[in-house]
Design a protein around this ligand. Structure first.
Ligand code: KG4
Ligand code: ZN
Length: 357
């Protein structure tokens, strides 16, 4: 009987499932991936301009059985063939995590599958194992993890050893994109909308606005709150915004966010001497960030690892990739023990450096 791994992600506003085949020899996790199914909640949260946690949990309850059922059907697998169920345990929105974890516990208990609890940020990094073998990170790898909920710079030593070397003091980079987009009336989710407006800037308007981002002096933090106030002031001073002004402000704001990220990356390259740079998380889908990172890597002789946009934003394939590495290491999370499976809890706060604790 063929055996499969089912991976589930529900830590924020995407309900996602992925199925991996376990029996065929696979050179890397990406080649064992059978299918991915994702239900986005963008339409539900759009009227509120951001993710409403209670609404997100309810949507997960509704969507999860459908998404998992569809993923299993696409892979030609049934629950009895599940050798393992991997689920995001944290960090994230607690109600959302609870839905995924409790669902996975029930499924693993009923089907006799192993249960593996996954750290969401470790999964964002493990998404790089879905790439072809030659495109995967070389260690030590400097990982810029930038999403709607997190902004951190992590030195990944290989195996499961992670050292966070900078974190945001206030907003995450994706949050900065989303908030500026909201100020400009660009809708939700703001990141892609702000990037599109910035790309449409009139060439003569580049540099019309300037938003210096304070790169905090201590190398251990990012900060975006002062920047947000500066954009707010500029928007107010314009009065009724026309499209040309919107694009000019978007271009300056995107530039400032990205320069702040790249400045920290450059500092860390100098102090940590990594062999590769990995961009992960939703903001890693940004074209301008990818270009600036490519320039830095070329200058310092580093390998650049970038993922296709669907594996930058939240997805279940990254959860499965992380679980496959854990299984390959011989550790099986809660494993087969039924009592351990049923006692697994979500962890809304869970520093990446403590993933092994
Ligand atoms: O990783 P992700 O899907 O969810 C979290 O774990 O937060 O990241 C979502 C974030 C949002 O803030 C979204 O606006 C941002 O990633 N984002 C982008 C782009 N695509 C998504 N930001 C800038 N440029 C993009 N192209
Ligand atoms: Zn994420």
């Amino acid at each position: 009987m063929e055996r499969f791994l089912l991976a589930i992600e529900s830590s924020c506003d995407e309900t996602a499932a992925a199925v991996f085949a376990l029996d065929q020899p696979a050179p890397h996790p990406g080649s064992a991936l059978c299918c991915e199914v994702i239900a986005s909640q963008v339409a539900e949260h759009a009227p509120y301009g951001g993710v409403v946690p209670e609404l997100a949990s309810r949507e997960h309850i509704k969507n999860l059985p459908v998404v998992v059922g569809e993923a299993l059907a696409k892979a030609g697998a049934d629950a009895a063939q599940l050798a393992a169920v991997a689920v995001t345990r944290g960090p994230g929105l607690n109600g959302c995590l609870l839905v995924g974890v409790e669902y996975a516990k029930g499924l693993a208990y009923a089907s006799g599958a192993d249960l593996i609890g996954i750290h969401h940020l470790e999964a964002h990094l493990a998404a790089s194992f879905l790439l072809e073998t030659g495109e995967q990170p070389e260690f030590p790898c400097l990982a810029l993890l930038v999403s709607g909920g997190h902004s951190s710079l992590v030195l990944w030593h290989g195996a499961r050893r992670y050292q966070t070397i900078a974190e945001t003091r206030d907003d995450a980079a994706g949050e900065a994109f989303d908030k500026v987009a909201a100020l400009l009336g660009l809708g939700y989710p703001g990141g892609p909308a702000l990037a599109a407006a910035a790309e449409a800037v009139e060439p003569t308007d580049v540099g019309r606005f300037e938003f210096p981002i304070g790169v905090p002096n201590d190398s251990a933090s990012f900060s975006f709150s002062g920047f947000k106030t500066a954009v707010q002031r500029a928007v107010r001073s314009c009065g009724a915004l026309d499209q040309r002004q919107v694009r000019a402000i978007a271009s300056a704001a995107q530039g400032a966010i990205i320069e702040a990220l790249i400045a920290k990356v450059e500092q860390a390259i100098d102090s940590c001497s990594p062999r590769s740079l990995l961009l992960a998380g939703g903001v890693a889908a940004n074209r301008c960030l990818r270009e600036r990172a490519a320039e830095s890597c070329a200058r310092h002789g580093l390998k650049l690892c970038i993922l296709p946009p669907r594996w930058c934003t939240d997805n279940a394939a990254m959860v499965g990739a992380c679980a496959l590495r854990i299984l390959a290491d011989g550790a099986a999370g809660a494993g087969r023990d039924a009592r351990l499976k049923l006692s697994m809890s979500s962890r809304a706060r869970w520093p990446l450096d403590e993933v092994m604790l």
